[in-house]
Write a protein that binds this ligand. Structure first.
Ligand code: ADP
Ligand code: MG
Length: 611
């Protein structure tokens, strides 16, 4: 038998290594732009075609490369930035492993044009699948232009993993945004399919934030600045009034590199805690500068997790810094209780005279008289069934509801399958404005009102999206919604489905949109906040599988519009809700798997009360 172990050919080894660095077009953009910054570029143009699938080009006015360096740059572990292993750990910025260009060249067609100021002529180099195809001298401006065409042309498996153009575009935006936020004094231009979609002139940090997030953010920015022996912390946080539901713009950077840091996020949130409600999120742009050896540099270039030495102390410093800055800007507690959802508490007004409660007595009342005719008869609550089911006539799965029979009051199988629950006479009790309690054959049924409504609305919205039958209602005074580029790009992904639900948005340019119409059943909702939350959720989900996008959209809509805990419900409303819930195919759980119903059996109740 012949030997079975053999070395992989270089080209394949390179492709495998490339997979670590280059996962998607956005990774190429990141690597190329960072190289341009390292070369001292002050103007960087990024040209993208088909979300980077066919072309990613980065044009810089940096220091350029010599003809020899141009060729060397594509060798694995070729870097001009570190010479010894020690350098690797004394990094102020990125991890230089000299792998980016080699990796890109392994999986794409690459063209490099470069010239240094001191050279008369420049170099043009063409590489495909790690093989140099040609090198020639050319004339051209000082600086470097790298064009990366047909990414993954030789790795079909990876090409298949690319997501929708919208998702890949959004990833590119996200990378550019992070880089632009640490290099405000560099101009960035993004051109996509021949259209300029981003133009960020050199500015200071505050202006750069405004360029990226839209003018509206300017008035909410509070500067933070703190110097300790452990770290310098600076940047901007937002006033509590501007905190909003859903995901906000929250950025941490350490030594000019974007990082994720859930632990420090908690520190910021702790500082905001007394000022905003738990579901709201502030914007923040926070920059740490620490000694390079106080940070566990994760030299893997694609990772964003970083560990600091002495994280607990930094946590405290950060928390206090944010808290003090909030205090200084007079953002002292003006808690805005969300009164819309709060239970109604009657206000006692001492200036108004009160009258004794009146008791009316029916003199003809005979407790032993059960027949009709004559005496007082306790009436069943009158329900306007037509009114209650308005808008639901078309629902196919509606259970039979027969308000006038006295049999089958509550019938339920043990599996709580909806079809067998037929409500005819209300026997409901709302507990703590959160649960609907009702007796069923086998015991006491407890229904979480908010979750029940989420399930009902989810089914409804999902069917509207898939059947495209949402009804829109034009608004009289269209509100404007200002998005960031990444958000706008996310919006276009779900725009069609939002239209199916009844939203009408018109593009005003510069990532601003006018809300011309909203789904007709949405009354008194903050449309801007709702749309933000839909976009945030979509960005979080990042799926391009249509079914998942639909479900996630329907769920965020449902979560946003479902009646909250704390809302008191009339008996009719409870009855309607229970009936609608059991008309759903899966009434027991919310779409995201939370329990809606529980039954405490008579046996359990009896057992508890024994003795
Ligand atoms: P690294 O950035 O880790 O050094 P890369 O593979 O990204 O590795 O780049 C290799 C080398 O190519 C760099 O060290 C640098 O000398 C050179 N280089 C890459 N891009 C540029 C550029 N835009 N301008 C000038 N030199 C560049
Ligand atoms: Mg590099």
């Amino acid at each position: 038998m012949s030997d079975i172990i053999h070395l992989l050919p270089d080209s394949i080894a390179n492709q495998i290594a490339a997979g670590e660095v280059i996962q998607r077009p956005a990774s190429v953009v990141k690597e190329l732009v960072e190289n341009s910054l390292d070369a001292g570029a002050k103007h960087i143009r990024i040209v993208i075609k088909d979300a980077g699938r066919t072309l990613i080009q980065v044009i810089d006015d940096g220091k350029g490369m010599s003809a020899t360096d141009a060729r060397m740059a594509f060798e694995r572990h070729a870097t001009s930035k570190i010479k010894t292993a020690d350098d690797l750990f004394a990094l102020h910025t990125r991890g230089f492993r000299g792998e980016a260009l080699a990796s890109v060249a392994a999986i794409a067609h690459v063209e490099l044009k470069t010239r240094r100021a001191e050279d008369e002529v420049g170099t043009l180099l063409k590489i495909a699948g790690s093989k140099v195809e040609s090198q020639q001298t050319i004339s051209g401006a000082v600086g470097t232009t790298i064009s990366v065409k047909n990414i993954f042309f030789n790795v079909p498996a990876r090409r298949k993993f690319l997501k929708s153009n919208e998702t890949e575009r959004r990833n590119i935006f996200t990378e550019i945004e992070r880089i632009a936020l640490v290099n405000p004094d560099t101009e960035f231009t993004l051109i996509e399919n021949d259209v300029q979609t981003l133009q960020l002139p050199a500015a200071n940090l505050r202006k750069r934030i405004v360029q990226l997030q839209g003018k509206a953010i300017n008035q909410q920015l509070i500067e933070i600045n703190e110097q300790t022996t452990l770290a310098k912390i600076h940047g901007y946080i937002s006033t509590p009034q501007f905190a909003r539901k859903g995901r906000a713009n929250q950025f941490f950077f350490a030594n000019n590199r974007y990082i994720r840091h859930p632990y420090f996020h908690k520190a910021v949130m702790t500082a905001y805690e007394p000022l905003i409600s738990a579901s709201e999120n502030p914007n923040y742009f926070i920059y740490f500068e620490v000694e390079p050896d106080a940070i566990d540099v994760n030299i893997h270039p694609t990772k964003t997790e970083v560990k600091f030495e002495d994280e607990r102390t930094l946590w405290q410093i950060l928390m206090v810094t944010v808290k003090e800055s909030l205090g200084k800007f007079n953002a002292i507690p003006s808690i805005d209780f969300d009164t819309a959802d709060a239970p109604d508490i009657p206000i006692f007004d001492p200036s108004k005279s009160t009258s004794m409660p009146k008791v009316s007595i029916n003199p003809n009342y005979n407790p032993f008289q059960t027949s009709s005719g004559g005496g007082f008869k306790p009436s069943k609550p009158k329900l306007d069934w037509e009114q209650l089911y308005k808008g639901f006539e078309n629902e196919e799965k509606l259970p039979s509801v027969s308000p006038d029979t006295d049999t089958n009051l509550f019938q339920t199988s043990h599996s709580l399958q909806g079809d067998s629950v037929v409500l005819s006479s209300p026997e409901h009790y709302q507990y703590k404005q959160k649960y609907i309690l009702t007796s069923v054959k086998s015991g006491l049924m407890i229904i979480d009102q908010h979750r029940a409504h989420v399930r009902i609305l989810f089914d409804k919205y999902l069917s509207q999206i898939t059947n495209r039958k949402g009804v829109s209602q034009r608004v009289l005074f269209p509100e404007m919604i200002q998005l960031t580029s990444a958000e706008a790009s996310s919006l276009t992904e779900i725009a069609e489905d939002m239209e199916a639900l009844g939203f009408e948005l018109s593009d005003l340019g510069n990532n601003a949109f006018a809300i011309q119409g909203i789904p007709s059943e949405l009354q008194n909702v903050d449309a801007v906040a709702l749309i933000h939350s839909l976009i945030d959720k979509n960005m979080e989900t990042g799926s391009n599988i249509q079914e998942q996008v639909h479900e996630s959209l329907a769920l965020s809509m449902a979560n946003f519009t479902a009646i909250p805990a704390g809302k008191s419900l009339s008996e009719e409303e409870m009855l309607l809700m229970v009936n609608q819930l059991f008309a759903c195919q899966l009434p027991n759980h919310t779409p995201d798997g939370k329990s809606i119903i529980t039954v405490i059996s008579d046996d359990e109740i009896e057992k508890k009360l024994k003795g």
